[in-house]
Ligand binder design. Structure first.
Ligand SMILES: Cc1cc2nc3c(=O)[nH]c(=O)nc-3n(C[C@H](O)[C@H](O)[C@H](O)COP(=O)(O)OP(=O)(O)OC[C@H]3O[C@@H](n4cnc5c(N)ncnc54)[C@H](O)[C@@H]3O)c2cc1C
Length: 396
C-alpha cells in the first residue's frame, strides 16, 4: 500500500481514460468547480480518425464546455442523410428542420475532436496523468483505493471517493467492479477508410448503401491542410477484412455496393483500419462507488454514428449528478442518471442493430419488404422527422 514517507493522494473523482467520454467528463466537472484526477494508460492520445460524426444533441450538450466554436470551425456540416440501393434513393432524411440550432450532422475525425477537447482542458490548466494505468481498486471507508501503474515499474495507490470508468470497451473499471457486459459479437467485421476521391454524389450528404453483400457508408470529411482532393470516410461490413485494408479493397467495395459511376476509384488512402464489433451493454453503470461512461458502458454497430456521441452525452449528463453527490452526499441523482443512460444506451443498441440487420438482408422477399417500408417512411413527413430527431439524438 502507500509508502510510509508519502501520504496517499486523495481525490473526489478518479476518471480512468481520456478518450472522448473521459475528456468531456473532465471538462464538464471543471466547469462545475470539481477537481478530478484523470489517468490514461497511453502516453499520448490515439491519433486516428475513428468516429467521424458529431450529432446535434452532442453539440448542444458541449456548448457550456466552450468547445463548440472550435468543432464547427474544424468540421463540415452535412444536412442530408440518404439510404440508397446503388443509384436508387430508398429514403431521404433531412436534418434541415431539426429542433436545434445545429440542423446538420457535423463530420469531424475523432482525433480532431479529441484534440479540441484536450486543448480546452489545457487552457483550464486541467492536466491528464499519462501514462498511468488503472490496475484495480479496493474498498475503503468513504471511497476506494485505486492501484495505478506508472512508468519505471512504479506504482501509486490513490484514494478516490468516486471512480468513473471512461476506459473503453475492454474497461478494467467495469470488470473490477464485477459488472457484466451483456450482449453478443457481430459475425461481420467493419472496414474503415479515409480516402481521397472524386465522388459522384453531393458533399452535403451522408450516404448509407444497402447491399446484399453488406452495408456501406460514405460520408464527406473536412479537408486536411494541403489536400488536393475531397476526403471521404467509408465504413463497410465484410465477412473478414485485412488488418490494414488497401486501396484495392476499398475500390472493390465501391464497385460492389456504390453508385454506378464510370471511373469511380480511390485516388489516395489517408488511413484505414478494421474492427470487430459487438453489441453489448453494461448490466449497470452505477454500482457502489463506480460509474461507467462511453464504450465502457455500451458498444454497438457504427451504423448511424451514435457511439462516441452517446458516450459524450453520458459524461456531460453525469457531471452535475456527481457534483451533487460530492457536495451533498446525495446519490439519488446518480441512480436516476444511471437508469436513464441505461435506457438510452439500450435504445441505441436496438436501433443500430436493426439498421445493420436491415442493411445486410440477402433474401429477395425481406429486401422487397424492407424497401417498401422505407418508401412508407419516406412518404411520411412525420416519420422522416422522427427518424432525423432520433439519429441526431435530440430525443435524449
Ligand atoms: C478502428 C475504430 C473505428 C471506429 N469507428 C467509429 C465510427 O466510424 N463511428 C463511431 O461512432 N464510432 C467508431 N468507433 C468507436 C469510437 O471510437 C468509440 O465509440 C469512442 O472512442 C468511445 O470513446 P470512449 O471515450 O468511451 O472510449 P475510448 O475512446 O476507447 O477511450 C478509452 C481511453 O481509456 C484508456 N484506458 C483504457 N484502459 C485503461 C486503464 N486500465 N487505465 C488507464 N487508461 C485506460 C485508453 O487508453 C483510452 O484513451 C471506432 C473505434 C475504433 C477502434
Amino acid at each position: 500500500m502507500a509508502s510510509s514517507v508519502e501520504p496517499m493522494r486523495r481525490t473526489d473523482v478518479l476518471i480512468v481514460g481520456a478518450g472522448p467520454a473521459g475528456l468531456a467528463l473532465r471538462l464538464a466537472l471543471e466547469r462545475l468547480g470539481i477537481a478530478a484526477v484523470q489517468v490514461d494508460k497511453h502516453a499520448a492520445g490515439l491519433n486516428t480518425s475513428r468516429a467521424a460524426v458529431i450529432h446535434a444533441r452532442t453539440l448542444e450538450v458541449l456548448e457550456p464546455c466552450g468547445v463548440v466554436a472550435a468543432l464547427l470551425a474544424k468540421g463540415i456540416a452535412v444536412p442530408d442523410f440518404r439510404v440508397r440501393d446503388r443509384n436508387r434513393v430508398l429514403l431521404h432524411i433531412g436534418f434541415g428542420d431539426l429542433p436545434s440550432r445545429y440542423r446538420y450532422a457535423l463530420m469531424c475525425p475523432q482525433n480532431d475532436t479529441e484534440a479540441i477537447l484536450q486543448a480546452r482542458l489545457d487552457d483550464l490548466g486541467a492536466r491528464i496523468e499519462r501514462p498511468a494505468e488503472f490496475l484495480g481498486a479496493t474498498d475503503a471507508p468513504g471511497g476506494m483505493v485505486a492501484e495505478l501503474a506508472l512508468p519505471g515499474e512504479r506504482k501509486e495507490w490513490l484514494f478516490a471517493r468516486w471512480i468513473v470508468g471512461c476506459d473503453g470497451a475492454r474497461s478494467r473499471v467495469r470488470d473490477q467492479a464485477g459488472i457484466a457486459f451483456v450482449g453478443d459479437d457481430y459475425a461481420e467485421q467493419f472496414v474503415l477508410a479515409d480516402v481521397h476521391m472524386d465522388w459522384p454524389l453531393s458533399r452535403r450528404e451522408v450516404s448509407l448503401f444497402f447491399s446484399e453483400r453488406g452495408l456501406m457508408v460514405v460520408a464527406p470529411l473536412p479537408e486536411p491542410d494541403g489536400a488536393s482532393r475531397d476526403r471521404y470516410r467509408i465504413v463497410a461490413t465484410v465477412p473478414s477484412a485485412p488488418a490494414v485494408p488497401a486501396i484495392g479493397d476499398i475500390d472493390a467495395l465501391l464497385r460492389e455496393r456504390g453508385p454506378h459511376a464510370p471511373g469511380l476509384h480511390v485516388e489516395a488512402l489517408a488511413w484505414s483500419s478494421r474492427f470487430h464489433l459487438q453489441h453489448r451493454i453494461a448490466a449497470d453503470v452505477f454500482r457502489h462507488r463506480t460509474l461507467l461512461c462511453g464504450d465502457a458502458a455500451h458498444v454497438h454497430s457504427p451504423a448511424g454514428g451514435q457511439g462516441m456521441n452517446t458516450g459524450i452525452q453520458d459524461a456531460v449528463a453525469l457531471a452535475p449528478r456527481l457534483a451533487q453527490a460530492i457536495r451533498c452526499g446525495d446519490t439519488a441523482g446518480l441512480a436516476a442518471w444511471a437508469a436513464r443512460r441505461h435506457r438510452i444506451a439500450s435504445g441505441v443498441v436496438r436501433m443500430t442493430h436493426a439498421m445493420t440487420r436491415a442493411a445486410t438482408l440477402t433474401a429477395p422477399m425481406p429486401r422487397a419488404l424492407r424497401d417498401a417500408a422505407m418508401g412508407l417512411v419516406g412518404n411520411s413527413r412525420f416519420l422522416r422527422r422522427k427518424l432525423a430527431v432520433r439519429l441526431a439524438e435530440l430525443g435524449n
